[in-house]
Design a binder for this molecule. Structure first.
Ligand code: MN
Length: 443
């Protein structure tokens, strides 16, 4: 029988006047909710969500039941929010973890669900991984490759959620499954923890403090000391017994004649995590079931769930090679695109000479544009609207097209009119249009 032991702590922080976070520690169900909105709205939303989650999960304690319970909690919060003006617009995050039956009766699994920017982490073999994706504006941009980790962490809109409970009548729920091994430690937390404490420091506390409740308390006080700008809530859940799963797993690996010598190595490439598309999970050896996407819930982050390092097999080595191949193919495509075109731009900063470049204006990742051809023309010689285009980089698919453009703007510039202001074309283009709603200047 798989056994969990949980501990938790919460604190209002040093800035807020009330604690809108809510937590749940039950025998097989754990949750964190971070409420928002209105005077009392945030507290009402997070409490209603956790209560509704517990009630619905108790009726159907399975992986599907957990995802349904979150959807049910969304409806409960949404309905409450429609009731009174004070509660309108309230919402809450919800991150929960439950021990449920796996496909084989004796093999329980951990089901994890998430909506919003509270997080679930897994500490396994001393490494801390974030299981959930934050549904916030900067994190969505970071996953799309448009912000760096540092830019996302410092983003002014990092409190703006793209998904939460109670905002719409229906909600999409992220679902994950983790195969529990003895010694695994799972953590649920509100953003009040990770906005104040680095992930490395969180991991250090989790490795050092064996008691789950004391670990949660220490993390909460650390976040207070580092600023305490928000409510802080931490739930720590230890897998204290895994029904001899680890031992059976080791035996399966030992019995596998094709086991590579690198069995102790970490199974996944950390460079692939985050932003990489979902790739199917390698099956662990033996008859135990691979992770299966729950119906009705999206299923992501298989790299974290893939299994235990004691189970590294030839199949997972092939998987790593495949993932690497996909990554390199992506890199190749990026290089092809990043270096593919031409544009007409300014040769050097502080120097207005116009040149034809190979690449994309501003570059793409680390594929920087290079000068393909210099021209005799400088920015001061071309028409003002052309100059604007060139400052941004005028793009062409071939060098010939770029040359024709340079030819055109050279002819437009003419031999002697470099300082002449060109007459504007007739017509209404120069008439400033004042919208009716625009504020009029005071007389
Ligand atoms: Mn918060």
């Amino acid at each position: 029988m798989t056994v969990l032991r949980g501990g938790a702590a919460t604190d209002v922080g040093r800035v807020r006047s009330n604690n809108q976070d809510q937590l749940l520690v039950a025998e097989t169900l754990f949750a964190v909710a971070d409420g928002m909105g209105g005077h009392a709205g945030g507290e009402v939303a997070s409490l209603a969500a956790v209560e509704a989650l517990k009630a619905a999960f108790d009726d159907n304690p399975s992986a599907d039941g957990l995802a349904d319970a979150v959807r049910n909690a969304n409806q409960v919060v949404w309905n409450r929010a429609q009731e009174g003006r004070d509660l309108r617009g309230m919402g809450t995050t919800l991150t929960a973890l439950a021990l449920v039956e796996g496909d084989r009766e004796e093999d329980s699994i951990l089901a994890v669900v998430n909506v919003g920017d509270s997080r679930a982490y897994l500490l396994r073999d001393g490494d801390l991984d974030q299981l959930t994706d934050d549904h916030s504006v900067p994190e969505e941009l970071r996953r799309a490759g448009r912000l760096s980790d540092a830019e996302a962490a410092a983003h002014p809109q990092r409190n703006v959620l793209t998904r939460a409970l109670g905002i719409e009548p229906n909600v999409e729920v992220d679902c994950f499954q983790v195969t529990p091994y003895e010694g695994d430690r799972l953590v649920l937390s509100s953003d009040g923890l990770y906005n104040e404490v680095d992930q490395d420091d969180i991991a250090a506390v989790l490795r050092r403090v064996p008691d789950p409740e004391k670990a949660a308390q220490e993390l909460v006080s650390m976040a207070r000391e580092h600023g305490g700008n928000d409510n802080i809530t931490v739930v720590v859940v230890d897998v204290v017994d895994d029904n001899s799963r680890s031992i059976r797993g080791s035996a399966a690996v030992a019995a596998d004649p094709v086991r590579p010598s690198s069995a102790g190595r970490r199974q996944r490439d950390p460079g692939i995590q985050g932003g990489a598309p979902s790739v199917s999970t390698p099956s662990p050896p033996g008859p135990s079931s691979p992770t299966v996407p729950p119906p009705g819930g999206s299923f992501r982050s298989p790299d974290v769930i893939a299994g235990h390092r004691r189970r590294v097999t030839l199949r997972s080595t092939v998987f790593v090679v495949l993932v690497l191949f996909v990554f390199l193919a992506g890199l190749g495509a990026t290089a092809w695109y990043g270096r593919g075109g031409y544009f007409v731009g300014i040769a050097d900063r502080g120097d207005d000479d116009i040149a034809i470049f190979k690449g994309r204006p501003g570059g793409l990742l680390w594929f920087k544009p290079t000068v393909a051809e210099r021209t005799d023309l400088s920015l001061a010689e071309v028409l003002p609207n052309r100059a604007d285009d060139i400052r941004e980089g005028k793009e062409y698919s071939s060098i010939d097209a770029a040359r024709r453009y340079v030819q055109n703007i050279t002819e437009e510039a003419g031999p002697n009119n470099t300082t002449t202001t060109m007459p504007l074309p007739p017509g209404p283009t120069t008439t400033a249009v004042t919208p009716a709603s625009a504020p009029q200047p005071q007389p």
